[in-house]
Design a binder for this molecule. Structure first.
Ligand SMILES: C[S@@+](CC[C@H](N)C(=O)[O-])C[C@H]1O[C@@H](n2cnc3c(N)ncnc32)[C@H](O)[C@@H]1O
Length: 184
């Protein structure tokens, strides 16, 4: 039987086909879910909540003693995300913070085991720089919409690929892809 979370995900996917709504979608969602299952993070930071699709995709893989903190700049999207997350009946606690990630990240307390970056494409490297002091060794940083030909996130991809702070790989999916970087 489909879980509540699955039902919410399928509904969002149907809605996203009818109106423009840049969710990560089921293909990339499966990669994200696999990464959560493999790494078993206790605490995830997501940058770019939209209406909660990717937060639910990750939260579905976690148990009750874990937490997702997710940042969304648009109040209306954040409100919709809260409703979708509540309806999904996830086990982990999910905190939706409304604000500009560039201002919110410096105020976050504690350490994260995983970061998922999916907000303003030209700010990815800034987000990473801000979060670098708040991730543990072995933490996984995942970034959507990167690729050798994706101009907006090119500086980010170059940085994680060339830096000796990360072991990174690029997973092509469709027209762009996902960068997976492990903090060394
Ligand atoms: C591609 S959507 C995120 C999709 C979502 N991760 C998913 O797959 O369901 C990008 C979101 O980032 C938000 N955003 C853009 N710039 C931001 C910023 N500086 N801080 C926080 N959120 C931001 C946008 O409002 C938008 O909702």
């Amino acid at each position: 039987m489909a879980s509540k979370a699955d039902e919410v995900l399928r509904r969002i996917e149907r809605d996203a086909r009818d109106r423009w709504c840049p969710i990560i979608g089921p293909r990339k969602g499966r990669i994200l879910a696999d990464l959560v299952r493999q790494n078993k993070p206790k605490r995830i930071l997501e940058i770019g909540t939209l209406i909660g699709y990717s937060a639910i995709t990750m939260g579905k893989e976690l148990n009750g003693n874990s937490e997702i903190v997710t940042i969304e700049i648009d109040e209306r999207e954040a409100e919709m995300a809260r409703r979708n997350i509540e309806e999904a009946e996830l086990k982990p606690e999910v905190k939706v913070i409304v604000g500009d990630a560039l201002e919110v990240i410096p105020q976050l307390e504690g350490i994260f085991d995983m970061v998922f970056i999916d907000a303003a494409k030209d700010e990815y490297l800034e987000y990473l720089r801000l979060v670098e002091g708040k991730i543990r060794e072995g933490a996984v940083v995942v970034a959507d919409n990167v690729g050798p030909h994706v101009y907006m996130t090119r500086d980010y991809l170059d940085y994680v690929m060339d830096s000796d702070r990360y072991a990174s790989r690029f997973i092509p999916v469709g027209r762009d892809g996902i960068a997976v970087s492990v903090r060394l």
